[in-house]
Design a protein. Structure first.
Lengths: 358, 358
């Protein structure tokens, strides 16, 4: 029985990734060894790591002067690694939700943190605008969260600032073209659009490192991993392999431009139904709606039907639409590997629910 | 063509683990979803994590008052996490090789470090003895490395100290019974005896935490992960699943006592041949020889045949016997999943090499 998987992450990966990874667990590239049981110093795995770094550079058109790293610990570890490496005395953060707040909390351990803009006044339902001109030119960096998984908002353009720009792109990297040259540091837990949980992609501008004077534990220094090509210590070999296969699939399908087009189409199908169907209401400001996480609630007159709706769609094998435990409501996540077939199944279920219960 | 895999890590995993993981990549526990694409908050994955923690407690007979954690970053991340959480003013380390040295280096960022004993004088070829009585009773902890993968030495008994004992057991946990109650903190990168690379097992005595006053980044606090049952942030779901399957296999085979017996037998077969065959010499002190990493070199008269031997065995599909790049020579790693068949193939190759070249 095929399931329609709308989980926010770890989220659905393509059949291509699943099949290739399962095969490599049996036999990696004809080596006679498993991707789970081969040395990371073997020629076979070295090739996996090199290819993974190369395909990131290719798909995102990473300019010279940037390093691509595969690390561990997820976005949450980057919340402390970024300030550990980059925050001299003062850093600037934009608060667009719970993940941004977590990033802010960690930065405060390393210096003064200025929250230059926040959408907390409206439950983080929008992306704050026009704060760029107020950035303190002495700040070490500005930190943003380009896609906010819990509240379903997304930046539609890159902020233009005169200081280094740091971004948590955990949930939208590879879903759209990004001008990497506008950023000093980009990080992303893999488990939405890149691969399975357990690996974190980091893209960092080399010249920004080495400017803070504090002592940094070896594993928390970006430079450690740059110098060793993400092989300072044993990398998460299976997870890196599955990322490589996921990114290969994007290349086959036309790269990040094609992903962006598909994401727009899929998200719009659900937003259209939310806007048409009087039983549901979208929670994010229309202009800031995320293509990745479509958040909505039952409208005022139907509040008591929330769990009924979840049961109704579960009976149709539609899973993972329950909103994040901190905000409730519904969230349909539609990352790159989401199938149009599943999106259509959800939209049909919303229409059928209306016929039955309105 | 079956390969004989002697890599030091990531090392061979059992067919049971590989088969179960490949299957779960297709369909986890009949959920219709992949272990690579299912939410860590799903009931199915919650069951995987709970079962993984439980089987560690069962196999190692972990006493009450200890927490079992599945983290990321490998042993190398623990080199800084341990002192971050436990080192007040002074810590004590025993230096038994390169990994111990790396642990010492990180600890120095957090306080005074006393190296109470070292085997550096003889290229780390032995385990220092009788240092226990010299431990400063005011020290926060004593840190040891129970098995030294690069030089092939292993503690044969637990040191008895009156202060908290911290141990890197990355390469021998689950290969022998351990009295957990003698330790304050045990950590182990999974990729030798526990599962694939990308997950780190930590066993920590709860009452030792919260005694240092420094501020610790959230992700680097053991308490963060204890409070959330290793689900503070997204865990490496596939790697945890493969650990569960690996540990289930140990239970089927008779637990850590059975693993110890098998490890003794396999290692002794190779050591016997090293001692019999005049072309080879073991590098570790006989009484401190590791069951996990059997290190040896060509004897004096045959030094120039080192690469010839590696080619000779490679032609027999025996892989991973080249010594660590920092010390050279040979290293045959024989963790729990090593097959007796492979050990016999190596021993036969050593005998045949003698017939051909001596």
């Amino acid at each position: 029985m095929k399931k329609h998987n709308f989980y926010a992450g770890p989220s659905r990966l393509s059949e291509y990734t699943l099949k290739a990874t399962a095969e490599a667990i049996g036999n990696l590239a004809g080596s006679g060894l498993s991707i789970m049981g081969i040395s990371h110093r073997s020629a076979e795995f070295k090739d996996v790591m090199d290819s993974s770094i190369e395909i990131v550079k290719e798909l995102l058109q990473v300019p010279e002067g940037y390093s691509v790293l595969f690390l561990q610990g997820g976005g949450s570890m980057q919340f402390c690694m970024a300030p550990y490496n980059l925050l001299d005395k003062h850093a600037t953060y934009v608060n667009t939700g719970i993940w941004a707040e977590n990033a802010i909390k960690e930065a405060k351990l390393f210096g003064e943190v200025e929250v230059i803009a926040s959408s907390e006044d409206k439950n983080f339902s929008y992306i704050p605008k026009n704060w760029e001109k107020n950035v303190n030119p002495q700040t070490s960096y500005v930190h943003i969260t380009t896609n906010n998984t819990i509240v379903g908002t997304q930046y539609k353009s890159d902020p233009v600032v005169s200081v280094p720009l740091v971004s948590d792109m955990s949930s939208d990297l590879f879903s759209r073209p990004v001008d990497i040259s506008k950023y000093a540091l980009i990080y992303a837990g893999a488990q939405k659009n890149i691969g399975p949980a357990g690996v974190t992609l980091v893209i960092v501008k080399d010249e920004l490192l080495g400017k803070v004077t504090r002592e940094i534990p070896t594993m928390l220094q970006y430079k450690t991993h740059i110098d060793k090509g993400s092989m300072y210590n044993t990398p998460p070999t299976v997870a890196v392999y599955a990322c490589l296969k996921t990114l290969e699939r994007y290349r086959q399908l036309g790269g990040v431009e094609a992903m962006h087009e598909r994401a727009n189409i899929k998200a719009q199908m659900i937003y259209n139904e939310i806007d048409r169907n009087q039983m549901f209401v979208g929670t994010a400001e229309v202009s800031d709606r995320s293509n990745m996480n479509i958040c909505f609630v039952m409208s005022e007159n139907y509040k008591e039907l929330e769990s009924t709706f979840l049961e109704f769609i579960a009976a149709r094998n539609i899973l993972g639409v329950k909103g994040h435990r901190l905000v409730g409501g519904f969230r349909a996540s539609s990352y790159n590997a989401q199938r149009e077939e599943s999106v259509k199944a959800l939209v049909k279920a919303m229409k059928d629910f209306e016929k039955r219960y309105k």
